[in-house]
Design a protein around this ligand. Structure first.
Ligand code: GH3
Ligand code: MG
Ligand code: MG
Ligand code: MG
Ligand code: MG
Length: 311
């Protein structure tokens, strides 16, 4: 009974599914106390190359989710012993927002209030059994696309567009809570030396290439262990959550020396550039206050000849 229209619609869905699957496999968790129901939904999802995880109870679902924080979608049955699908939604929402993971409730129960109950308890969507395949895939795609859009927006909100380093917002939001849990923290402020003259002599595009090159080198030297960010312009900061001052200074000194030796191809020629770095370790409560101290060290690095680490 497949009509031409539904065939076309299905092709459209398939193209959307392909688009979703271009990167890594997307993880979907299927929760149902019935083995045959789990196997059926799993089969539908495997056809389109999703990475399917299974759970036969709410409790087991919470465990699987804990061990797989990258699950994007949970499809859960309503009627299950011990913890039903709606209670499961509630439990999941205690730790995961709708922006972290989508939930679709499924039930054969045709009670009109069930959809509302699911959604009120944190589900994003609902499917009535028996469902038609087209609707099933539509809802799966829509809910994954939602999560992926949020992921993209979140990444963009936290990343510096030019250099792909963390931006100031992400830096403060992530470093401050770590700082709150520690007695002392070590932080570095870094500023490119005579950057204005690079722009003036070789052009703004060359300046951008220098910013990107330095940022790649920063990533190489300090990430993922430590948190590095472009705070703005030609200023960077690195937060060392668990490093004594001397060790941080050593790492920064290695970085400074390697940058000094690096020839940067700005199109017209190879140029080199240097940075000045101020670093300090202190008991401050606020990252702001610690950065001011590091900035004072940076200032004295600039005042005493640049291209050095001052602590
Ligand atoms: P100092 O050694 O004292 O730090 O001197 P400086 O020239 O590096 O410092 P100054 O603050 O005078 O100049 C910083 C320059 O950085 C000015 C600004 O135009 C440039 N700049 C800021 N953001 C960008 C950017 O995204 N791209 C480029 N190409 N230049 C930028
Ligand atoms: Mg059931
Ligand atoms: Mg500056
Ligand atoms: Mg500068
Ligand atoms: Mg300056």
């Amino acid at each position: 009974y497949i009509t031409k229209e539904s065939k076309q619609a299905f092709h459209y869905l398939l193209s959307l599914l392909k688009k979703l699957q271009t990167n890594n496999k997307i993880k979907i968790l299927v929760v149902d106390d019935s083995g045959s129901a789990r196997a059926y939904v799993r089969g539908l999802l495997l056809r389109h190359n999703f990475d399917v995880l299974l759970a036969n109870s709410g409790k087991s679902a919470l465990n699987v989710l804990k061990n797989n924080p990258d699950i994007k979608l949970i499809i859960t049955d309503k009627e299950m012993p011990n913890m039903n699908g709606i209670e499961l939604c509630n439990e999941i929402r205690a730790t995961h927002t709708k922006d972290d993971v989508s939930i679709i409730g499924i039930s054969a129960n045709s009670s009109q209030s069930l959809t509302a109950k699911f959604i009120k308890n944190g589900a994003n969507d609902f499917l009535q059994k028996p469902f038609c395949l087209e609707e099933f895939y539509c809802r799966v795609i829509q809910n994954i696309e939602y999560i992926q859009s949020i992921d993209t927006i979140r990444k963009q909100a936290n990343t510096d567009y030019l250099t792909d380093l963390a931006n100031r917002r992400y830096y403060f939001n992530s470093a401050q809570p770590i700082m709150d849990s520690l007695d002392t923290s070590t932080v570095a402020m870094m500023d490119i030396d005579d950057f204005k003259s690079i722009n003036d002599n070789y052009g703004h595009d060359a300046g951008d290439i220098v910013l990107k090159t330095i940022s790649s080198l920063i990533k190489l030297h300090f990430e993922p262990k430590y948190l590095a960010a472009r705070l703005g312009g030609e200023e960077f900061s690195i937060y060392f959550h668990d490093l004594e001052l001397e060790k941080a200074v050593n790492m920064l000194e290695n970085f400074r020396q390697e940058l000094e030796k690096t020839k940067i191809n700005v199109g017209s020629e190879l140029i080199s550039c240097t940075v000045s770095i101020g670093v300090c370790q202190d008991k401050k409560d606020k990252l702001d206050s610690l950065l001011i101290l590091a900035d004072q060290k940076l200032y004295s690095a600039k005042e005493t000849g640049k291209n050095k680490v001052v602590f």
